[in-house]
Design a protein around this ligand. Structure first.
Ligand code: 4AD
Ligand code: MG
Length: 477
């Protein structure tokens, strides 16, 4: 007999057939009803055992968390709460679970507690729903690019260059930490290191993706990226996943169109294909909301928020316009912002981004044409000589979810920008080559995958949307 999943049993017509299922016990009540889950769906299947025919010793081993194998007949359920159930004819304990010490009890646990038990937290409804959605979003992303003629490029994880020029990188080395070889000046001699030079974990696959865009046309990379920034916030990870498309002959306007179309596609995909998990998370959030003071409650349910993104145009606003709006805003005048906006040229903090999205425009916003001084060296300089063709997409509840730009394709201008940022030309000779041999307008962006998953699931801490979060002082599991 083929081993079926609980999802199969609940969605296809197997009534009156013999079924065979394996999973983990969620609850066992009245020595009779096992709620079994196998991860294929949020829903458990109810398995009804005839305790009179079961040995006492076996009965005792049906505990929360135990892995079991069930055979029986799928029948229409007599009770409320489920359409079908299994009348068990044979039960086998595959792996016992000690009910005294099993951390995931059938009750509400705090997210903090579950983070400490990240190896078991996907046995809860909330985390299994979040992780199934994460998987579906990942699939939808590949599907979008595949259907739109993009090629997937695996950019390197170990790199010799700092793509963002921000110096927030993790070093990769196999030198002896206690006694590294030193050069004549007494500094660590990286020419003796594994790669013969200093290397780091990548902060972005963009620069390498650009080289592929300049031959394959439309490409994207989707991989892990690493940042050693010491920001212990609910929106930052030291290891996160990024989706970075890069397109030849596309300008900033095209980049905005692509990003908007892409974001709408992946959200529509989960609305269509993952409704059960979304509805569960929606209900969870509404329940959480009820316990909050009126002014902190969400104006929209999760599903409404997702529909809102797919149904509305993203508002496109220049940095300069945004600064004017922020300068004149009530929280700025009343000094409610932690960082008061005074002059053109200051970087926006997440409180400003969220004000624009949540209070002012009340829809996703694409900010563009930022001051060159606060953006990376590779962004294309505008004719005004002070702004670059950058774009950030801001989402409600998240702030910045996408960062991108049209790239500087003019060799001389790029060299000047690199010099201004103290980036040696030798380090990026190959990047400069792209501007020597068939250079062309091109653009791309980076979407922080975990920020997308946060938005799609309504989870408020980024640590709860990645299986094993890496943050300052924390790399357990
Ligand atoms: O804005 P960022 O730094 O842009 C880049 O890395 C570009 N090279 C992308 C490109 O144009 N190809 O990062 C892009 C996105 C951010 O908008 C944010 O969503 C996410 O990556 N991000 C983080 N997510 C989690 N933890 C962090 N520490 C993040 N840093 C950036
Ligand atoms: Mg950014």
């Amino acid at each position: 007999m083929k081993l079926r999943t609980i999802s199969d049993l609940l969605t296809q017509d197997y009534v009156r057939s013999e079924v065979d299922i394996k999973g983990w016990v969620r609850t066992f009540r009245a020595n009779r009803f096992i709620a079994l889950n196998d991860g294929s769906t949020l829903n458990n299947i109810q398995c009804v055992v005839d305790f009179e025919t079961l040995e006492e010793s076996l009965l005792k081993r049906i505990t929360t968390g135990a892995a079991i194998h069930i055979k029986g007949e799928l029948v229409e359920s007599q009770g409320k709460g489920q359409k079908v159930e299994i009348q068990v004819t044979c039960i086998k304990i595959l792996g016992d679970s000690d009910p005294e010490t099993y951390p995931i009890q059938p009750k509400k646990h705090s997210f903090e507690f579950l983070r400490e038990n990240a190896h078991l937290r996907t046995r809860t409804n909330t985390f299994s729903a979040v992780m199934r959605l994460r998987s579906a979003l990942s699939f939808a992303i590949h599907k979008y690019f595949n259907e739109n003629g993009f090629h997937n490029v695996h950019t390197p994880i170990i790199t010799g260059s700092d793509a963002e020029g921000a110096g927030e990188m993790f070093r990769v080395t196999n030198l002896d930490a206690k006694k590294p070889p030193l050069n004549e000046e007494g500094h660590v001699d990286y020419s003796k290191d594994f790669f013969g030079k200093e290397t780091n974990l990548t902060v972005s696959g963009q620069l390498e993706a650009e080289t592929y865009a300049m031959s394959l046309g439309k490409v994207y990379t989707f991989g892990p990226t690493f940042r050693a920034e010491n920001s212990n916030t609910s929106r930052h990870l030291a290891e996160f996943w990024m989706i970075e498309p890069e397109v030849a002959f596309m300008d900033l306007a095209g980049n905005m169109d692509l990003a908007e179309d892409f974001m709408k596609f992946v959200i529509k995909y989960i609305l269509k294909n993952n409704r059960e998990d979304l509805d569960f998370l929606d209900a969870r959030l509404q329940d959480e909301d009820k316990r909050k003071p009126q002014n902190e409650r969400n104006d929209m349910s999760l599903i409404e928020k997702l529909n809102f993104v797919t149904d509305n145009n993203f508002k496109r606003v220049s940095y300069t316009e945004a600064i004017d709006i922020l300068r004149d805003s009530t929280p700025n005048k009343k000094k409610k912002f932690k960082y008061i906006i005074k002059d053109w040229g200051t970087d926006l903090q997440s409180e400003h981004e969220r004000f624009l999205v949540e209070k002012h425009f009340k829809c996703p916003v694409i900010l563009f044409d930022y001051p060159a001084d606060i953006k990376a060296f590779y962004m294309r300089m505008n004719d005004d000589g002070k702004t670059v063709r950058a774009m950030d997409i801001l989402f409600p509840g998240i702030g910045e979810i996408v960062g991108g730009a049209q790239r500087e394709e003019r060799l001389e201008v790029l060299k000047q920008r690199m010099a201004a940022s103290n980036i040696p030309e030798e380090e990026l000779w190959w990047y400069l080559d792209l501007r020597k041999f068939g250079t062309a307008v091109h653009a791309g962006f980076g979407l922080g995958f975990e920020r997308l998953v946060m938005f799609a699931t309504g989870m408020s801490n980024i640590r709860d949307v990645i299986p094993f979060p890496r943050t300052p002082q924390n790399a357990e599991f």
